[in-house]
Design a protein around this ligand. Sequence first.
Ligand SMILES: *Cc1c(COP(=O)(O)O)cnc(C)c1O
Length: 390
Amino acid sequence: MIRSFYPPQRTLMGPGPSDVSPRVLAALSRPTIGHLDPQFIVLMDEIKSLLQYAFQTENELTLPISAPGSAGMESCFVNLLEPGETVIVCQNGVFGGRMKENVERCGARAVMVEDEWGTAVDVDKVAAAFKANPQASVLAFVHAETSTGVVSDASALCQLARDNNALSIVDTVTSVGGIEVNVDAWAADAVYSGTQKCLSCIPGISPVTFGPRAVARINDRQHKAQSWFLDMQLVMAYWGGGSKRAYHHTAPVNDLYALHESLLMLQEEGLENAWQRHELHHQALVAGLEAMGLSMLVDRAYRLPQLNLVSIPEGADDASVRQALLADFNLEIGAGLGALAGKAWRIGLMGYACNQQNVILCLTALESVLSCCGAKINTGVAVTAAKSLY
Ligand SMILES: *Cc1c(COP(=O)(O)O)cnc(C)c1O
């Protein structure tokens, strides 16, 4: 017989989704109202201004796309690109590859700038790509690569795009709320994020923001955007039309209560405090993992605090360790991807999940499971090492 679904109580320390704050879950269960209700319009305006804070921007065209981060990505490409254009795409992990796929589906040409997985985008290589392709109209890159735990220099890359008369498309799905994102200081043109990483919110919504140059490009399009649902000209009339909002699609009303609550929590904490919290718990986690004898795979200079790549020690089987963590400790961590599959785990410290209790839980659980399976680690020292940071 099929019954109501009650999920197990997990601790989510993988690459996303991450733990959702109980405040956000409570907001989600409030009564649904109509998406053109005057009270809902007030909520939409507040969400817009809270998103402007999270992105550090005054861009008017700042709103949540009613679909996951991947749709935010797609909305940037389908609105900014026209067939036949050239786009420089940086790839140093999984998500750059998806950008290429988006470019090609828009009928544009992707010039790839590839860097080894686990390293940052090389700004000099991007400069060389612009020299070789002066007609390039867009530069696309991932700020925080969740597949490898690496941050790239968004400020320098956006500047390079401007210097070459190109627009920038920036993936900040994992960065917003976890490390500094400053859309206006970077002068980034089209930026998308997600709710399920460092915003402590449910999966399924994608905040986006478009600057004045991107809006001009959207308004000057020769061809209609290939996607009806993600066409910003239509979405703008819904989100930006003041009291005369035109029906486009039914907003996910309760999901937006959740987003509003999570953004309010971020504003209450303050962006700088949130970034510092991610850094502190990251330092403590790393101290514990290293004391255990495990090594971090990403160079300190471009490590993401919210996504930690740690080597799998000799004698440990990747999948069975993760299964044991889930079965015995209700703890989820992420597997390695691509070249790093079987070699590394990805431990997330994102948003609400980024706290001292989870750092200690993760170290304790990992130590227990690894010593049971006979892996070579130092026991009895990890938690003390982590606590020295608190
Ligand atoms: C998670 C993620 C995405 C995709 O977001 P979804 O919500 O899974 O669609 C895109 N880019 C990066 C860097 C991500 O980490």
